[in-house]
Design a protein around this ligand. Structure first.
Ligand SMILES: Nc1ncnc2c1ncn2[C@@H]1O[C@H](COP(=O)(O)OP(=O)(O)OP(=O)(O)O)[C@@H](O)[C@H]1O
Ligand SMILES: Nc1nc2c(ncn2[C@@H]2O[C@H](COP(=O)(O)O)[C@@H](O)[C@H]2O)c(=O)[nH]1
Length: 367
């Protein structure tokens, strides 16, 4: 399925996508066992057993009462209604046998407008042939044969890198509109048009270098990024990021200071909000993963342009192998390479990175 106008088939997971599941289980466990300090959703660091006190929440998963009372996530109904305008939707949900009937009843009750024949109960989500899926389970996203498997970001899938991922319904809707090419295309790449140029591409594609060129030579302003990763030796001027701890990142997130956040190779990244008055005659530029770029597009639909930097796979791997980062980080980045190459089709414009940033800027902006 390319970027064309069509009605795609979207498969939506239910738990933690439409119904509150893990955070509701955490809430119930705190009430029942009175933990001090209370359990937090952020303690769920991986799918399945975590080997820590948070595993207590598993006792709710097979509980019929739990399934009967799971609250619908905020905005889920509006989201589903919006999605049905542009796509055929199936809800594909895995629940224990004793909860299957309850789950179907709940979906019908909470989403009465949803076609009941489109509810599929299965844990074999890999056999469902959808064009796009949205799921918080990384195994479901990785095993999916969908053209666009999308991960719903949650603390338990934080190590996944480079995949298409979203953190909100709004972001998912923007992504779908982008895939279907129903947004107003932004062909005008003129400079000094108060735009945000998001530079996207796999690790090693040259985003940092090109952004530095644009800020220095075209007077574009880099949007401010925060990260929890440690500075690399190659971050020589240390101004690309503000380096902060994970606790500090979460605090800023809770205070609503970020316009968008992502997780890449297990580390968090976030960009601060821009107000309308920040633009006045300026262009902004920022290297972003696809998740951040799609959010930016949803926050500033008339201003955002996604530019994909293209280098051959061989060159990307060579660059990555030479990068001054530890083995784990290199592995995460190498593993995500194929997924990141697919993000080209979601961008407005592709530019070949041949190492000549001046030529590339001229090709894009006529400068
Ligand atoms: N076309 C090119 N030819 C040769 N080397 C290049 C080219 N483009 C970038 N490089 C080199 O590849 C390395 C990675 O570039 P850069 O850090 O800009 O990529 P990046 O996309 O920001 O990567 P990351 O996402 O990992 O931070 C740098 O050493 C850079 O000098
Ligand atoms: N969504 C966001 N993505 C960001 C941000 N800052 C950087 N990035 C992207 O993360 C990866 C890794 O960056 P690196 O500097 O550690 O190599 C890369 O794809 C960047 O483009 C951000 O604020 N938000």
């Amino acid at each position: 399925m390319g970027r064309k106008k069509m009605r795609p088939l979207i498969s939506l997971d239910a738990d933690d996508v439409l119904f509150r599941c893990n955070d509701y289980a955490v809430e119930l466990a705190n009430k029942k066992y009175d933990y001090d300090p209370p359990l937090s959703i952020r303690e769920i660091q991986q799918w399945g057993s975590n080997g820590s006190r948070i595993d207590i929440i598993h006792e709710f998963y097979k509980d019929e009462e739990f399934c009967r009372n799971q609250p619908v996530m905020d905005g889920a109904r509006e989201f589903l209604l919006e999605l049905l305008k542009i796509a055929d939707v199936i809800i594909t949900t895995a629940v224990p046998a004793n909860c299957m009937g309850i789950r179907i009843e709940r979906i019908i009750e909470e989403f009465p407008f949803f076609p009941r024949e489109n509810i599929i109960i299965t844990s074999r989500k890999d056999v469902v042939e959808a064009d796009i899926i949205l799921d918080d389970g990384q195994h479901n996203v990785l095993n999916s044969g969908a053209a666009y498997p999308v991960l719903f970001r949650k603390p338990w899938n934080h190590t996944m890198t480079g995949l298409l991922s979203v953190t909100s319904y709004q972001q998912f809707l923007t992504l779908i509109k982008n895939i279907l090419n129903v947004q107003t295309p932004l062909y005008d790449l003129e400079y000094k048009k108060e735009k945000i140029y998001c530079i996207v591409g796999p690790s090693g594609s040259g985003k940092t270098g090109f952004v530095r060129y644009l800020t220095k030579n075209l007077n574009m302003q880099r949007m401010q990024s925060y990260t929890t990763r440690k500075p690399f030796r190659s971050d020589y001027d240390k101004t690309d990021y503000i380096y902060i701890t994970k606790d500090c990142f979460h605090q800023m997130e809770d205070e609503g200071l970020f316009a968008e956040t992502t997780v890449y190779a297990s580390e968090m990244y976030g960009t601060t909000l821009l107000r309308e008055e920040d633009f006045s005659g300026k262009d902004f530029v920022i290297p972003l993963d696809i998740c951040g770029a799609v959010t930016m597009q949803s926050n500033h639909p008339k201003r955002t342009v996604l530019i994909y930097l293209k280098r051959s796979k061989n060159e990307l791997i060579k660059s990555l192998l030479q990068k001054d980062i530890d083995e784990d980080e290199k592995t995460f980045r190498l593993l995500s390479l194929n997924d990141e190459l697919r993000n080209e089709q979601l961008c407005d414009k592709t530019i070949i990175n041949d190492g000549d940033y001046r030529r590339m800027a001229a090709e894009l902006f006529g400068k």
